[in-house]
Write a protein that binds this ligand. Structure first.
Ligand code: HEC
Ligand code: HEC
Length: 439
């Protein structure tokens, strides 16, 4: 294990450092390639079964601020997810209706339209499913959802707002309440900052120290191993060596290898969301860097993507300067652009019985296979994966699939299936299973 991790780190170091000498000079193709990885997406994806409408988002926003959803009428979602504090609450651990401390820190709600799993441990698969949690949790809003729905349905203004949001079936009910809340939450896209202007070509939007910090983030400091892309998250679960007994993702998927692993948070609007981490243990970004440069608790579940790094005082200043560019002056969400759904019929579908997992991606990502035929998934990645199917026709869990290991499964019934990784749920594989005679 230790040797494998060392080899892995050496490999990563060479991969990441290779393009940087050119980049450090402040220009060149390597820097352009790196910047391209941070381009903001063209639009916000909304699921086919809960498409965006302005009326639904408006209802969702109103519900988000509605204390009637709590048992004593004093707590709304916005009480803890305060729009003025980056949709967090400024506390290490939140407190709900009964006033007891919650076990985890209130996270920001920016950029969750792209999140494949919700909560620090990913126990909810969609925003629609997630919102039920805090409303009914006896330590949060402490009221059965049905009771909140009853209070809303008694009001003429809410009946009218639900009718505008759901004209085809104007009912005030639990399902529609959750659909509206989720629609509003998907509109919370973090504002454009100087960093984005630099990425899109304004060379003067960042100063030299901030650019050095960006290169460190992607190079020697290894932050981008996990905080990758425009939202600065791989949506994966990692143990970064914080002390404490919370098993996090490990308890949800029942795997020791994911113990103490929590969701990689977005680093957008970081300047407003202190304190940091799932338990709110760090008050400042300086303390966060102290952790990454010397506070890591050694244990078997540590993420293979984590590096033990050292930073000079100058490098630390540069890295903090760069992180500062991810917070906007405004607290208004970015103007909403709804993404046009990808045309699935134009996507390439490969007929194959073998799929690989290098670099946290299933390749190919969309395949065709006959019913009953064997699908082999080869872990040629440097990380442990956990292949899962959660479908009424097939429930599959590979357990811990270590680097070098292959797993196999087959599909008895024709149709479309989704495979995902329990540790890196942004990894998705779509499988079209055809009836055995049709190939
Ligand atoms: C009492 C404070 C409190 C209230 C009220 C509250 N939340 Fe939360 N919220 C939290 C905490 C704490 C977590 C993290 C819990 C965990 O991960 O185990 C959380 C997590 C979330 C997440 C997951 C974010 C992520 O990055 O995965 C979403 C989404 C969310 N809340 C939305 C809501 C909505 C919608 C409401 C109202 C219906 C609401 N919350 C009410 C404290 C609160
Ligand atoms: C192995 C993956 C990984 C690497 C590498 C990594 N992080 Fe993180 N980061 C995480 C995870 C996971 C969390 C949440 C951990 C928790 O709460 O238990 C986190 C939390 C944070 C937070 C707190 C955010 C918040 O909202 O609470 C900051 C800031 C941060 N990381 C910055 C960095 C910087 C800077 C680097 C490079 C020096 C870095 N990270 C390297 C995975 C990583």
């Amino acid at each position: 294990m230790a040797i494998r991790r060392f080899l892995h780190l050496a490999l990563l170091a060479s991969l990441v450092l290779a393009p940087l000498p050119g980049a450090a000079a402040g220009g060149g193709r390597a820097l352009e390639r790196l910047k391209a990885r941070y381009a903001r997406p063209a639009g916000v994806p909304f699921p086919a079964d809960n498409p965006f409408t302005p009326e639904k988002a408006a209802l969702g926003e109103r519900l988000f601020h509605e204390p009637l959803l709590s048992q004593n009428g004093s707590f709304a979602c916005a009480t803890c997810h305060d729009p003025g504090q980056g949709f967090a609450d400024g506390q290490a651990l939140g407190r709900g209706v009964p006033g007891e401390l919650l076990p985890r820190h209130t996270p920001t709600l920016w950029n969750l339209a792209w999140a494949p799993a919700l909560f620090w441990d990913g126990r909810a698969a969609s925003l629609e499913e997630q919102a039920k949690g805090p409303i009914q949790n006896p330590k949060e809003m402490a009221q059965p959802l049905a009771e909140g729905v009853r209070k809303l349905a008694a009001r003429e203004d809410y009946r009218a707002a639900f009718a505008r949001a759901f004209p085809a079936s104007p009912v005030v009910d639990e399902t529609r309440l959750l659909l509206a809340l989720a629609t509003y939450e998907r509109t919370l896209v973090s504002p454009v900052t100087r960093f984005d202007r630099w990425i899109t070509g304004d060379a003067n939007a960042l100063d030299a120290a901030e650019i050095r910090g960006f290169l460190l983030f992607n190079g020697k400091a290894g932050c981008a191993n996990c905080h990758e892309g425009w939202a600065f998250t791989d949506h994966g679960f990692h143990d970064i060596g914080l002390p404490g007994g919370d098993r996090g993702r490990g308890a949800v998927i029942g795997l020791d290898v994911a113990d103490h692993a929590f969701k990689t948070p977005s680093l957008r609007e970081l300047g407003r969301t202190a304190p940091y981490m799932h338990d709110g243990r760090f008050a400042t970004l300086d303390e966060v860097l102290d952790h990454y440069t010397g506070g890591i608790v050694e244990r078997p579940s540590l993420s293979p993507d984590l590096r033990r790094i050292a930073l000079t005082p100058d490098e630390r200043r540069d890295l903090l300067a760069f992180l500062g560019t991810l917070t906007a002056k405004t607290q208004e969400p970015a103007p909403l652009v709804v993404a046009v759904p990808a045309d699935a019929s134009r996507e390439e579908v490969v007929a194959t019985g073998t799929v690989r997992q290098k670099d946290k991606r299933f390749a190919p990502g969309h395949i065709r296979i006959a019913a009953g035929e064997r699908l082999t998934v080869v872990n040629d990645d440097s990380r442990t994966h956990n292949v899962r199917v959660s479908d009424p026709r097939l429930a599959f869990d590979s357990g811990a699939q270590d680097p070098g290991q292959s797993i196999a499964l087959s599909f008895a019934e024709p149709g479309r299936y989704q495979l995902f990784c329990g540790i890196h749920p942004a990894m998705r594989l779509t499988v079209e299973v055809e009836s055995a005679g049709s190939q």
